[in-house]
Design a protein around this ligand. Sequence first.
Ligand SMILES: [Zn+2]
Length: 160
Amino acid sequence: MLETLTSRVRSAQKHAPVDLEGLASSLGLKVNYAYLPAGISGELVSDNGSFSININAGDPPTRQRFTLAHEIGHYVRHRDLIGTGLDDDRAYRSTNQGRYFNTRIGPKQETEANKFAANLLMPWDLIEEMQEAGLNRSQIAGQLGVSEHAMAIRLGEPYP
Ligand SMILES: [Zn+2]
């Protein structure tokens, strides 16, 4: 059966937290947790057409999840620009501090990857289910494995 991206994403989003590792693997992406150069949250690396994602092992779990979702977004949205790789600093910007400085990845691509990540990690149907069950913002963030700050942005609410 030919699985589309949408059906892969939907199946990863069946339950909270969203199954990022399962999605990455269904897309053929290898995920590694490694001690990356200072200031680097994640890397997307292409080696002869096989892609892997490296996540900073020193980051907190909610940041690691956002990074993984963001790198999947780079792969899904603009694979043709990746070349040998790209890296993301702590603000999710392409940076010359890493090993894969990629000048083809600019603010437009970062915004695309961030939007993909937010949609992937915080699906509205799961959020609404939890809101109807009476969970508050912090509890919903906890269930989805995202920071409360990310959830506040998703909900369009102020965050101190
Ligand atoms: Zn990025």
